[in-house]
Design a protein. Structure first.
Length: 319
């Protein structure tokens, strides 16, 4: 196996592109968990948004409309999660699991009904790469970071804005207060349930954008369970990043690079004809995530987790 053809600029450029859907979902989940809501439905949000973005882009012929359809669908799923977890105050873990199961069934059924009459799986047009003049010429960094499509640049900028949103704005202060000491936040005239609802809508929009980026900006087609566990990985990255959006974003980039590595190893080794089954390479990013999670959890101080995470807020009731 020629490792020089596997590890290079192409690996890191592909890795950043593959990382973006997971990064967006993970950063959105960070906002939700900072507000005190554990959203285990992230995988379902990404999956439904992925289908919506594909259908929107396929029938309209517009990548922009496809992305908007994905974001709106993600927000709708976030609103559903808010009704269940914030308004009705039902168990957040069960809500998330039900959302994922629901999304898996609905997307499979809808895709089959919409496209079963076609002889081959439909595809949408790929987005062109946009090399940024001047920055593209920076040695090594330029071809990796500044030769991506427009959706990548928008997504990266949006994900990086989460840190100042949480730590440099009044809204971010209210979000953190709702997740740490909701009773004190309520006494300070912060509407805890409203803040948590908005945080879930932000989370849904980010997860929806992640699903749209996966389809419109990456694979250009849809398949059953196309998200392949990225929502679950995003949940793990939030813990790994200790609820800091920048660290979470960095962890997602590492996951994307490992994902790109396993794809290139498969291609170089001949896929199913190789001595090692291709499923071993497919599992590589998830094995790394598991190892990092175990290591990070063992070394992590408990104080990093928002104190009221997963606990419904009931006004006038001491938690």
């Amino acid at each position: 196996m020629d490792w020089s053809s596997i590890v290079g600029i192409g690996l890191f450029a592909s890795g950043l592109q593959l990382a973006m859907p997971t990064a967006l979902a993970a950063v959105g989940e960070t906002v939700s968990e900072r507000a005190g809501v554990l959203n285990l439905g992230l995988e379902g949000m990404m999956l439904t948004a992925a289908l919506a973005s594909f259908v929107g882009a396929y029938y309209s012929g517009s990548a922009t409309l496809g992305v908007l359809a994905g974001v709106v669908t993600g927000m709708a799923m976030g609103a559903l999660m808010a009704v269940l977890s914030v308004l009705l105050k039902t168990d957040q873990v069960i809500n998330g699991i039900v959302l994922v199961i629901f999304a898996g069934g609905v997307t499979a059924f809808a895709y089959e009904r919409l496209f079963r009459h076609l002889g081959v799986p439909p595809e949408i047009d790929a987005l062109p790469k946009l090399a940024i003049p001047g920055l593209f010429d920076i040695p090594w960094v330029g071809p990796v970071v500044f030769n991506q499509n427009a959706l990548f640049y928008f997504s990266a900028g949006l994900a990086l804005c989460a840190w100042p949103l949480l730590f440099r704005t009044r809204f971010g202060l209210a979000v953190r207060a709702a997740g740490e000491t909701p009773a004190a936040a309520d006494a300070a005239a912060v509407h805890v349930d409203r803040i948590r609802t908005v945080a879930l809508l932000v989370c849904g929009a980010m997860a929806g954008l992640g699903g749209a980026v996966l389809i419109v900006g990456d694979v250009n087609l849809f398949g059953t369970y196309i998200t392949a566990g990225r929502g679950w990985v995003a949940l793990a990255l939030v813990i790994f990043g200790r609820w800091n959006p920048l660290v979470v974003f960095g962890g997602a980039l590492a996951f994307g690079i490992v994902d790109a590595l396993q794809l290139r190893i498969q291609a170089a080794s001949g896929g199913t004809s190789a001595a090692v089954p291709y499923e071993v390479f497919q599992a590589l990013p998830y094995v790394l995530t598991l190892v990092v999670m175990v290591t990070a959890t063992a070394a992590m101080r408990r104080s990093a987790q928002p104190s009221a995470l997963g606990i419904p807020f009931r006004k006038g009731v001491s938690e």
